[in-house]
Design a protein around this ligand. Sequence first.
Ligand code: URP
Ligand code: ZN
Ligand code: ZN
Length: 453
Amino acid sequence: MAIVIRNGVIANAYGCFRADILIENDRIAQIESSIECANAECIDAEGCFVMPGFIDTHTHFDLDTGSAVTADDFVTGTRAAILGGTTTILDFATQDRDGTLTQAYEKWQDKARGSSCNYGFHMAMARFDESVSEEMQKMHDIGITSYKLYMVYDSLKVDDGAIYMALKRAKELGSIIGVHCENYDLLKAINTELHKNGAGVDPYSHALSRPNEVEAEAVAKLIYIARLADAPVNIVHLSTEEAMLEVRRHRACFEKPYIYVETCPQYLLLNDDKYHDDGRRYIMSPPLRKQKDVEALWDALEDGNVDTIGTDHCSFTLAQKNKCDYSDVPNGIPGVMYRPSIMLSEGLLGGRCSIEKLVKLMSYNPAKLYGLTDRGEIKVGAFADMTIWSKESEHVLTDTNHAHNCDYSPYAGLTVRGTIRDVILNGRHVVHEGELLVSGSGHYIARDEYTDL
Ligand code: URP
Ligand code: ZN
Ligand code: ZN
């Protein structure tokens, strides 16, 4: 059945206007000042913003780190995502060091069956050699046009030469690589120091073990590697003022290669004080930073130096996190459900950025950067993925009022103004006032090539 969304304000990355929207099948068929509802389901969006469905560029569902498996799999994770207004997630299919990219792709396709929002995969490569380089053509052909490389973690770390070669290869294929930037040798040495001193096993020591310089040095190095390779690169989950300064320095002098920046809500909302109060909940990498870093990221967001906001959702239960030594605690926090509502509440209603900017960071830019053609904007012919948000209510987040398969919330105590009221996915009305009307209707999106922002 067709759907008409009436009386709402359409918010795109490039402007807002009041209009009605007709949805037929899975696409937007018409946008006019007034559309009749005959023979269609009518959704009244009076007083609401109607936005292109949000795209989370960074999730880890059903990830086995070797010592723990994430609490959310695709069924629970995508359910939380869609209830929170996210219509597409990009998860990290992760290659085993001795495995192939194809094996990782097939494994992730199996994991993702039954998802309630659309999904695609970045390919996290645990090595780069001739055979991987060849396989990247196959990945391109099956719709994987983005990758992640890690400078850390024993099972994933690749060296600088591999990053250089992989960046060049990705560029040839119209693909883009995101890099986890931390200097592994440095953080391991500091970790050893902390353990020698005996006192350094509490959660705050997690932050001490990965100081700002550990990220900033790695970001500076990555920028030089990208310049040598003459290839664009994305810095994922950037968290410090110092790393942002490295990006600013590059952007001030060079137009290309493009150095893109992703940050996450946790680095915009929380600081390292959290490590003093049941701090295991907040153990993630990079760690939470000082308030001056939080402010620097908001400044960067406001002046155009942040390109995307992803959650880095990687959830573990309190029992899984209940370890005496910070270095034994599995890294990551839940967040996929909260990103649209907390960014709208803190960013828009908090007076820190416009609705257009938020749509750009959470929908339009992710769609362009990651080849999600005909998504990320509300226009005739685009896929009908839409999120309707009303600013007319508020609630306080708790450890339990969410849909993550996780027994705590890193944002417990935060007052969120506004609510995700309705969600349209592939032309179907799937969420209304916190209720999932249709589950399991997400599908895999084979993505096109990367586009410069
Ligand atoms: O602590 C985090 N972020 N865990 C997820 C893996 C990663 O590095 O993104
Ligand atoms: Zn990472
Ligand atoms: Zn991550």
